[in-house]
Design a protein around this ligand. Sequence first.
Ligand SMILES: [Cu+2]
Length: 291
Amino acid sequence: MGGIDQLPAITGGVTRRVRRTRLVLPAVLATGLLGLAGCSTEEVGALKRLGMPVAASDRAVPIHNLWIDTWIAAGLVGFFVWGLILWAVVAYRKRTDNDALPRQNRYNLPMEVLYTLAPFIIIGVLFYYTISVQNTVLAKTPQPAHTINVNGQKWSWTFNYKEAGNPAVGNDVWEAGTIQKTPDLYLPVGETVHFNLSSPDVIHSFWVPAFAFKMDVVPGRANNFELTPTKEGVFRGKCAELCGTYHSAMLFNVHVVSPNEYNAYLKRLADAGHIGEAKGAANAYPEGGQR
Ligand SMILES: [Cu+2]
């Protein structure tokens, strides 16, 4: 009799739960949609790129694709694992009042082989694609249109444009920044630039987020890379290696401009007497010393 007496109460509970789900689900969906509607097209674009900046160089594209594909792979693995967890929770839930433990298995060889091998396969696939993208990004062209020697010094950057052979400029020219003056790096859109990185003091790291690329600037080591800027605009550059007291001051602005504007800017540097090659701190500070 007791069971029948409880029946209306149980049914009432189930109906309430169903009603609650019917109310909560649309509310959650509506909030989600409203949230999305409140996003600007810029924010929606950033969501689609999963937080990556818009690619501003040819070498940023393969990195961008690797980033998205890695998230897709991680998502697939995640859904597979969550699915297994949900399936185990539902299929093996407690169904009776019997408190006895279900059959306990100590070993399950196929399962152990699976969870040992699967991570190795995942790491192997990610490793393969990472190396192939790395090779694409670090590839060099036989004759880059421009060469820029970059010095990362405590606490700014010096850019040496090797343009003596460029009839529009006729000289090697440089620009050096200081803690007080953020330097500008000019790059011509659509033309390949070869960067040589060097440091007179400690390890820095040359990073332009819009190029989806950073490379360490190591004293005594000739690190170099190439890229072709593909998008005109002003982008932020910074040091990505915690190099010391004024690390946070190591900012620079990257101006991707037309080749004509690029030449005109270098001509202005030459007219201002910035001719030759500047090696870091010696030209970065009027007194010639490091800080
Ligand atoms: Cu630095």
